[in-house]
Design a protein around this ligand. Structure first.
Ligand SMILES: [Ca+2]
Ligand SMILES: [Ca+2]
Ligand SMILES: [Ca+2]
Ligand SMILES: [Ca+2]
Length: 476
């Protein structure tokens, strides 16, 4: 893809509208929030993990950028376009109405919120107009079930006046109950369960009040108590390459990670000690006026969990393309860390970090993009044994083209019930509209490139022009 700058602006105007009240300390750059691929969960209860794809720029009944999501149901053969559901705000049972620029599907999270055995889908539409407020944002839950999602409920977002509620969402279901985190422009709201299909969600709490530009949220278990720990990531701020990061923050206790810096987060047990670790993607190059913060080409930072959670005063372990064992080298605009997922691909007990580098040049093709997998390990510096793949890897469908942004989003989870996580990769600008790849995990942990499949808007029945963002992109 090339030459779509004018349309980017059109999307930005349509989709971002008046709520672009970016804090003065924010560097220019990101407009919409984190648009990531969720971790697969079983939505229809057949035992196979299902993946939900964002398509926030899809046209719905003539409404440009109204947005859609696509459920690809897992099976013994993984996912296929034949077993899918395309869901929009015009679908029966979905709260709200499909309107131009809503960007439904900008954020997605999966968890069994009502604990009926079917995973439920939390979907944000951050540019939804509420009353006369443009881009107030809205979040809905679509209930999982045997027939897939056929009904849903709107969640209270509490802080609509902040704008862009649903920039990102995270969801949790554990022995301690269910929770949803809703990120808006400057803040985040936690919604506590119980979530019931028959009731409005009752309990909600105001969560966080640091001045800033909130970008992303994640849940995990950092101290082994099987209860939810929350990670919130600010957007770009002056003096940082990304934004500061907060763990279990509240109005009273911000709990900011020392030197914490990134744009997106994922949680998984990278060193196999039973405690979830916070993995941050920090894709931005050091800013010339702000000093040498960040790493050229981007980086990933890991805070290790422990019995007492993450150590706020400790430095993280940092990995980038100039770390020994990691393929490639850090170059301007690689955007290593633009997407991260954590999953134990080779089943050795230490989870791998899957990192997107959507800005990476492949040969002479600028911004073609790639994915790097960093093996988890119990001790020592992460990096050794890393490997990378692109659309040019033998067996991977597609071709390396400039500006595809392959790796703009990544996810991992078992879609074919063989016990091994499969990889899902988005290329935000494939043919200008985006596309998604599913790569089955092999016995060695390496993806089975020759068994992988790709899905474009046509194969999924989506309509729309350029900037459809099938598969998402963390920075529109
Ligand atoms: Ca399923
Ligand atoms: Ca459920
Ligand atoms: Ca750990
Ligand atoms: Ca592993």
């Amino acid at each position: 893809m090339t030459g779509h700058t004018a349309r980017t602006r059109r999307f930005a105007v349509l989709a971002a509208t008046a709520a672009m009240t970016v804090a003065a300390t924010t560097l220019s750059g990101g407009t919409a929030g984190a648009t990531a691929l969720p971790v697969p969960h079983d939505i229809n209860g057949d035992g196979y993990g299902d993946i939900v794809l964002p398509a926030p720029g899809a046209t719905v009944a003539g409404k440009a950028y109204a947005g859609a999501i696509v459920v690809l149901y897992g099976s013994a053969n993984g996912v296929s376009a034949a077993k899918r559901a395309v869901i929009t705000q015009a679908s029966p049972g979905v709260p709200g109405a499909a309107e131009e620029g809503d960007a439904f599907g900008s954020s997605i999270a999966l968890a069994d919120l009502d604990k009926d055995g079917f995973a439920d889908i939390v979907v944000g539409s951050p540019h939804e107009k509420i009353g006369s407020t443009l881009s107030a944002g809205a979040v809905v839950v679509l209930w999982g079930g045997k027939q897939g999602p056929v009904s849903g409920v709107a969640l209270p977002t509490l802080l609509e006046q902040q704008g862009q509620a649903g920039r990102d969402v995270a969801a949790w279901s554990g022995p301690d109950g269910a929770q949803v985190l809703v990120v808006n422009n400057n803040n985040a709201t936690r919604l506590n369960g119980p979530f019931k299909r028959t009731d409005q969600v009752a309990a909600s709490s105001y969560l966080h009040d640091e001045t800033g530009y909130m970008n992303a949220a994640a849940y995990g278990d950092l101290n082994g108590d099987k209860a939810a720990d929350r990670v919130l990531v600010n957007g770009r701020m002056g003096g940082w390459s990304g934004g500061p990061v907060y763990v279990n923050s509240s109005m009273e206790r911000p709990n900011r990670l020392h030197g914490g810096d990134g744009l997106i987060a994922a949680v998984g047990d990278v060193n196999g000690d039973g405690y979830g670790d916070v993995v941050l993607g920090d894709p931005d190059d050091p800013h010339p006026e702000e000093g040498p913060i960040g790493h050229l080409g981007g980086a990933v930072h890991v805070w290790f969990g422990s019995r007492t959670g993450v150590a706020y005063d400790k430095a993280p372990m940092t990995v980038h393309q100039d770390t020994a064992g990691v393929p490639g080298g850090g170059e301007r605009d690689d955007a290593f860390g633009a997407s991260v997922a954590v999953a134990d691909l080779n089943k050795d007990g230490a989870a791998e970090i899957i990192v997107g580098t959507p800005g990476e040049a492949i040969g002479t093709k600028a911004g073609a993009g790639g994915v790097v997998v960093i093996p988890g390990r119990r001790t020592g510096q992460l990096g050794s044994g890393s490997y990378a793949f692109t659309q040019g890897t033998a067996g991977v469908p597609g071709a390396v083209e400039a500006g595809d942004r392959f790796g703009a989003t990544v996810s991992a989870g078992d879609l074919n019930k063989d016990g091994r996580p499969d990889l899902v990769v988005g290329a935000a600008q494939e043919n200008g509209q985006g596309a998604v790849w599913a790569l089955p995990g092999g016995t060695s942990g390496l993806p089975l490139y020759t068994s992988s499949a790709s899905f474009g808007p046509g194969s999924l029945g989506l309509s729309g022009g350029d900037w459809l963002y099938l598969g998402g992109d963390h920075r529109h």
